[in-house]
Design a protein around this ligand. Structure first.
Ligand code: UT7
Length: 322
């Protein structure tokens, strides 16, 4: 039986920050509203970097933290909705930048749940015996899809990247992963690509921006995250108290506190860094896991659960022994 574990993690965010007060330049908003409704104080955004650059920087950190030779990596998966190109993928360009060409590399899109989806794919591919060490990344530049005139959405998002290296283990450490999805028929959260079917439309089309029905997404999030955590606990015959720490997708501090309340989790066991980064989509979970480890909130031997929801609509959760 092949088992898996986390070998190392990393994170990277662009240097430029936009505070809530900076946003007043573009939209009718204020720090009080943003902080009290979302928990966000500031977010990092790219200036001249792309998603590949963020992915590359975080990959270097994860490789260093895993203490492996980059040539031992035989699989790269990048979760992103903001690939710099429709093709080639971020993973393929990253492979060249890391000078580890010749191995399998691809991108996936499951919006904010994407990193845990990537984790499940990599975990199963290693457990199949066909792969040894996977570099998985969540990297996003959502600032490029944002309508900076729309105060309902522009205050929420930020750019960044997080990475993890998963490898073989003698003990069962990546214990269980749940992923799920349902079509977003009500169009709660979307960004539409230019219509390429009709040349007349294509010739005049403009880039779309993020559309969101915030209240409905909020309800979905506060229902699906506790449900996913409960399923992980039940499937593995564990109670909330058996888990040392929880890392939820950082979309809104109120979504996290409500989910914690419903599950009976004390807030000191629930990670929160949304104040510094905003919602970084697929990068949110790996940035949060890396920071929780760095701060000593997750230590070797601890059991932790990470959980996310996102566009799609998608959801995902993982039970891990670090
Ligand atoms: O990764 C997945 C992504 N998305 C999410 O997780 C989003 C989930 N939803 C949310 O986080 C919340 O629904 C929001 C933060 C987006 C909105 O918070 P809310 O408490 O649901 O506010 P609301 O949309 O009900 O708006 C309340 C009021 C409105 O004014 P009126 O109509 O009551 O006069 C808005 O126009 O707040 C107003 N408002 C703002 N005011 C100042 C909305 N955005 C802003 C703003 N600054 N940025």
């Amino acid at each position: 039986m092949i088992y898996t574990k986390i070998l190392g993690t990393g994170k990277y965010v662009p240097k430029k920050t936009l505070t809530n007060n900076d946003l007043k330049e573009f939209v009718d908003t204020n720090d009080d509203w943003i902080y009290s409704r979302t928990g966000i104080k500031e977010r990092h955004i790219v200036t001249n970097e792309g998603t590949l650059d963020l992915a590359y920087q975080t990959a270097l950190k994860a490789i260093n933290s895993a203490n492996i030779n980059k040539n031992e990596i035989d699989l790269i998966i990048v979760a992103t909705v903001t690939s710099d190109f429709a093709f080639p993928g971020v993973a393929n360009l990253l492979q060249a930048k890391l000078e580890i060409e010749g191995i399998m590399a691809f991108d996936i899109n499951a919006a904010c749940s994407g990193f845990i989806y990537a984790m499940q794919i990599a975990d199963k591919m290693i457990k199949s015996g066909s792969f040894n060490n996977a570099l998985i990344i969540g990297a996003e530049t959502l600032s490029r899809l944002t309508d900076w005139r729309d105060r309902n959405t522009c205050v929420l998002f930020g750019d960044g990247a997080g990475a993890m290296i998963i490898g073989k283990s003698e003990t069962n450490q990546i214990i269980d992963i749940i992923t799920g999805s349902k079509g977003d028929e009500d169009m709660l959260l979307y960004y539409k690509n230019a219509d390429i079917k009709d040349p007349k439309i294509n010739a005049t089309s403009k880039q779309d921006h993020i559309h969101m029905k915030g209240n409905d997404v909020f309800k979905f999030a506060t229902r699906i995250m506790p449900k996913t955590v409960k399923s992980l606990l039940q499937r593995n015959k564990l109670n909330v108290d058996d888990i040392n720490f929880f890392v939820a997708h950082q979309a809104n501090s109120r979504i996290i506190t409500k989910s914690a309340r419903d599950l009976g989790i004390k807030m000191d066991k629930m990670f929160m860094n949304i104040d510094k980064y905003g919602n970084t989509s697929a990068a949110s979970v790996p940035i949060a896991i890396d920071e929780a480890i760095e701060k000593g909130l997750i230590n070797r031997g601890d059991l932790f659960i990470t959980v996310a929801f996102g566009g799609g609509l998608t959801w995902a959760g993982a039970l891990i022994k670090y």
